[in-house]
Design a protein around this ligand. Structure first.
Ligand SMILES: [Zn+2]
Length: 292
């Protein structure tokens, strides 16, 4: 790894707390997308609460992974327009985002035992709070996720190449991902819930002494994916976040400026509505609902 070369062109704010005794390495990441605020707030706050003399192992906090996107108040890198969360282990990603992804992955992810990558809906989406893990793991990520926080629904995260937590999972790291509402604003209830979840995770990993280990959330995990609209326009949903819907049920229509229906979207699967647009004018090809 050629850190000096990369240092000249990527900026990664990182807080590392090394405990006084040995233990696992826990990596916390926020701000992979620059318009999501609960993750940065939670990582900053949690890291400042830690006492190295009482910590076993190492906790690495990167509150804002994508600084250029953060300062641009955008989901995408300001440097090259790429989505950093499709750039991990992706040789086809534009140069700067690929370099940033490689630097973060090689420097921090590979040497970690557990990763928690914290997201929210950003400007475009409003998400049901979710705490997720991937299929085909050894069960530890699911165990930790189900103890994280009752306000966050258990979630089987869809496999997606280039996504930080998925690529970490593929490397054998215990990887969790989270979502919390969105809309491009900070919901303090979200950052507080996530800080609670991080405490529980550190306690369950025996890194800190705490009686805050939570209880297991045995709800059936949300397991689905996003649906996109083929047409641009004014999207008016017919469903609410958290609502259970059937396959083929109408979930909303796209209208033109005169109020004519351009298209109506129908649910591709049965499940819980776990994500809807925050910005009501939607682009063709944009994600408009998550059903899981
Ligand atoms: Zn995100």
């Amino acid at each position: 790894m050629m850190v000096s070369e990369l240092d000249a062109s990527v900026e990664v704010p990182v807080i590392i707390i090394r405990g006084s005794t040995d233990g696992p390495t826990l990596l916390l990441t926020g701000g992979v997308h620059g318009d999501e605020y609960e993750g940065p707030a939670a990582v900053q706050r949690f890291m400042r609460m830690l006492d190295p003399s009482e910590l076993k192992g190492t906790i690495i906090g990167i509150p804002v992974v994508n600084v250029s996107a953060w300062r641009n108040r955008s989901r995408f890198s300001a440097t090259d327009g790429a989505d950093l969360n499709r750039s991990f282990s992706n040789p086809n990603s534009p140069d700067h985002s690929r370099m940033l992804a490689e630097f973060v992955f090689d420097t921090f992810v590979r040497s970690s035992d557990v990763l928690i990558d914290i997201h929210s809906g950003g400007q475009r989406l409003d998400h049901l709070p979710l705490i997720g893990w991937y299929r085909n793991g050894d069960g530890q990520a699911e165990f930790l996720a189900r103890r994280f926080h009752r306000e966050m629904h258990p979630w089987l995260v869809p496999d997606a190449a280039g996504v930080l937590s998925y690529e970490a999972h593929r490397e054998g790291i215990v990887a969790l991902g989270t979502e919390w509402h969105g809309g491009g604003t900070l919901d303090p209830r979200g950052s507080v819930a996530i800080v609670t979840g991080l405490h529980r995770t550190a306690a369950l990993l025996a890194m800190i002494d705490s009686d805050r280990e939570g209880t297991t959330d045995n709800r059936v995990p949300i397991a689905g994916d996003y649906q996109v609209t083929e047409h641009a326009g004014f999207f008016i949903p017919l469903v609410n976040l958290g609502q259970m819907i059937d396959e083929n049920e109408p979930i909303g229509s796209v209208y033109d400026e005169l109020g004519e229906v351009v298209s109506t979207l129908h649910a591709m699967r049965k499940g819980i509505v776990a994500g809807l647009p925050h910005l009501s004018y939607v682009y063709a090809g944009e994600r408009v609902v998550y059903i899981g």
